[in-house]
Design a protein around this ligand. Structure first.
Ligand code: MSP
Length: 469
């Protein structure tokens, strides 16, 4: 069995999970299920990023110790996966002592290999981003993502010699030649451009942050939260897997954390002599009704509430259907409701229902002839992470099914006693439904199961019940 090792980012537990976290996890789950159905030995890793200043500050505000604070939030992230039907293989927490030890060993190796140096550093730190910003990054003196003023920090830190290793191992060409693949292409070019403009070494320890892994050899500092976090992908394979599953086949991330995954992480791996992941894919961000999703604006969509109302499958469908995965797009509850009504209830649901009703009513004999009209085309798109396109292909075949019925009018064939034509027609739609059932399996696993059962027993039950407005 070929292995397929896939990861989501590990999410900050400074607050409850929102729809942004759900987005990457849903996509990862669709891919994982697709690979499982194709016979791969899949390992899907997700989890939580629990150290650093951002979490420490949130804990302080909640008048809790950081450990108590994260312990109380982590179950909400695990629950989000459960509610969304995201079947992870392992949920990873960076506060796991085994991980903390692996992080220290990793840093020891970096040090022994000659890629760490102590330096005095002064810079503008954004706690929201958990990174130093340059004056060029700022808009009106503020972080453009968090709208907060970064704090001037002056510390003596340990630095990772990013520029040295990137030059020695020619990271630029590893990316350019796709030996280490950064996708989509526009993101790859963005990264290549930035590397060309010059790399700066990275401060990988913090004197002022207590909540973190102790820096090996200097207990007065903690390991920079991003270094601790990136190592999760490797340390999970050591803690939870016996067999060799590193390198990862795919790191799925949002575009906001591309630099860490496409430049800093491979450089760290090269410096300790580990293999590079095969691919990093950065998806776009969604806005809500044209605005950035934020607590201050008050437009944060709660995935749990959406699932309670529309069901997990519909949320999975709607969010991947709305716009191409690599691009930015807009989403809103209205848009989800519209997809639910038009494409799910009146689309797939209606096609299944009316077909089963007619098969029963006219006593048609249907057989499961194996023709999967959609298989190749949907599969190719899923492999390319074109979820939007795959779902469009499925929608078109649903439409075709409904059109065939409208055109050939089985009720008239029945009236005219055209039994043979009637039987052929209902068989054709029945096959289309079988093929839809198969091809939605990774996107809407429960719906696919329900359809399978109904197609077997020929007992129609509503797939997507009407929702009270
Ligand atoms: N802890 C770091 C990641 C460390 S990975 C080694 C982090 N966490 S986060 O909680 O801020 O999650 C960021 C991720 O959430 C993004 O990369 C993206 O996957 C997802 N999203 C958050 N908001 C989003 C949108 N509005 N739209 C799409 N995805 C979003 O960064």
């Amino acid at each position: 069995m070929p292995k397929y090792y896939l990861t989501t980012p590990i999410y900050y537990v400074n607050d409850v999970p929102h729809l942004g976290h759900a987005y990457t996890s849903i996509a990862a789950d669709v891919l994982a299920r697709y690979h499982k159905l194709n016979g791969d030995d899949v390992f899907l890793l997700t989890g939580t990023d629990e150290h650093g200043a951002k979490i420490a500050e949130a804990a302080k505000e909640a008048k809790k110790s950081p450990q108590e604070f994260v312990d109380q939030l982590v179950p909400k992230f695990e629950n989000l996966c459960k509610v969304l039907n995201v079947q992870y293989s392992q949920f990873f927490r960076t506060t796991n002592p085994k991980h903390e030890k692996i992080v220290q060993e990793f840093i020891d190796k970096l040090n022994k290999a000659g890629y760490i140096e102590k330096r005095k550093y002064q810079g503008l730190y954004c706690v929201g981003c958990e990174k130093f910003l340059t004056p060029d990054d700022l808009v009106d003196g503020r972080c453009p993502d968090h709208k907060t003023e970064p704090v001037m920090q002056s510390e003596e830190n340990y630095f990772f010699l990013l520029s040295k290793i990137a030059e020695e191992k020619d990271l630029y060409n590893l990316i350019k030649s796709d030996k280490f693949k950064v996708s989509p292409v526009a993101r790859k070019n963005e990264v290549l451009g930035k590397i060309k403009a010059g790399l700066e070494d990275v401060s990988i320890s913090r004197e002022s942050v207590e909540w973190g892994v102790k820096f090996p050899g200097d207990e007065s500092q903690t390991v920079y939260v991003w270094v601790d976090a990136l190592i999760n992908y490797l340390s999970a394979t050591k803690i939870y897997k016996d067999g060799p599953i590193w390198p990862a086949d795919l790191h799925l991330i949002g575009k906001d954390i591309l630099w860490f995954h496409a430049v800093i992480w491979p450089a760290m791996l090269l410096a300790v002599g580990e293999k590079l992941p095969k691919e990093v894919f950065a998806h776009g961000f969604f806005t809500i009704d044209g605005h950035k999703m934020s607590k201050t604006v008050g437009n944060v969509l709660d995935p749990i509430e959406l699932v309670e109302k529309y069901g997990a499958d519909a949320v999975r469908y709607a969010i991947l259907r709305e716009f191409p995965f690599g691009e930015d797009g807009d989403i809103s509850e209205e848009k989800i409701a519209l997809r639910y009504e038009k494409e799910l209830a009146n689309g797939i649901g209606n096609l299944l229902n009316r077909t089963l009703v007619m098969i029963n009513k006219y006593g048609a004999k249907v057989s499961d002839k194996e023709i999967d009209r959609l298989g190749t085309s949907v599969g190719e798109k899923v492999q390319r992470l074109d979820f939007h396109g795959a779902l469009e292909t499925i929608r078109l075949i649903v439409e075709t099914g409904n059109e065939i019925i409208e055109e050939k009018k089985p009720w008239e064939l029945a009236k005219g006693n055209k039994t043979k034509e009637l039987n052929e027609l209902l068989n054709e739609v029945y096959w289309i439904l079988n093929s839809i059932t198969k091809n939605i399996a990774s996107f809407m696993p429960d719906t696919s199961e329900k359809m399978k059962k109904q197609l077997k027993t020929l007992k129609p039950e509503p797939l997507f019940p009407r929702i009270e407005k």
